[in-house]
Design a binder for this molecule. Structure first.
Ligand SMILES: [Zn+2]
Length: 258
């Protein structure tokens, strides 16, 4: 009997049993990840803690915890989406689904660029809100938002290059796509396996994405200035804690294996 036939004969769980098996190894991956989040080097534990401070404040901003201004909640809703997307991305990171976490992080980066545009040109908030879906997609698509920011000669929080890498790794498949490849050997892994490189890249990218929403949102939100200033400060601190191991490293690793 060939080795391949032997493998085909071995029992492998299916149906509900398959999900039970995956859930069991997901839980193990969460435990390993959480212990590393508080011990992995100097920078990751600090980022993780600061992310929890920023997201807690954004949570309160998103649900009018400090009182409701009774007007349009455009900024609150963008902040709320950022909070729920971040919590979802964190769950995926802890389960070892780093690719999928990066797809969600890319969505937060889009909100970050849009919020930064609103901060630079307040009149766009109303325009964005009132345009038809078709006109909005046309004028405020992610590439158009980057273009407008460039025209305004301000920084683009998530530029074309970073956005492209996030698309390539987390969103669009290509013939070179390999799942959850966050190791020096370029070995594909089907998730639920802790990989320190995956954790570091995803946490750094998530912290950046969240900071790019929180800082400008705090400046333009209709909340008490004392909360706004505090949110701005903690968001800037979050951005300052982010390490250098970001998504570009994956491209460098891939290129080095060619
Ligand atoms: Zn409200």
């Amino acid at each position: 009997m060939s080795r391949r036939e032997q493998h085909q004969d071995t029992y492998f769980p299916e149906g509900e049993d398959f999900f039970k098996l995956i859930n069991k190894i997901e839980t193990q991956c969460v435990q390993e990840t959480e212990s590393n989040l508080s011990t992995l080097g100097n920078q990751i534990p600090k980022c993780y803690k600061q992310l929890g401070i920023v997201l807690s404040l954004m949570y309160r901003m998103g649900c009018c915890h400090w009182g409701c201004h009774g007007k349009e909640h455009t900024i609150e809703h963008l902040v709320g989406r950022t909070v729920t997307s971040s919590m979802a991305a964190l769950r995926l990171i802890k389960f070892g689904y780093y690719d999928e976490a990066l797809a969600i992080i890319r969505n937060i980066d889009e909100i970050g660029n849009l919020t930064f545009l609103f901060y630079n040109k307040h009149e766009y908030i109303e325009e964005w809100r009132l345009l038809s879906d078709r006109e909005r997609k046309n004028k405020f698509s992610p590439p158009k938002v980057r273009e407008i920011l460039e025209t305004l000669k301000v920084i683009v929080p998530t530029d074309k290059e970073r956005y492209g890498l996030l698309c390539e790794i987390g969103v669009h498949v290509t013939p070179n796509t390999t799942p959850q490849t966050y190791n020096l050997l370029g070995k594909p892994i089907l998730g639920n396996v802790y990989q320190s490189l995956g954790l570091i890249i995803c946490i750094n990218e998530l912290c950046w994405a969240v900071a790019t929403v929180a800082a400008p949102a705090a400046k333009i939100a209709l909340i008490d200035r004392k909360y706004a200033e505090h949110i701005f400060e903690v968001a800037i601190k979050l951005a300052s804690l982010i390490g250098s191991i970001r998504i570009e490293v994956l491209k460098e690793l891939k290129d080095s294996r060619k």
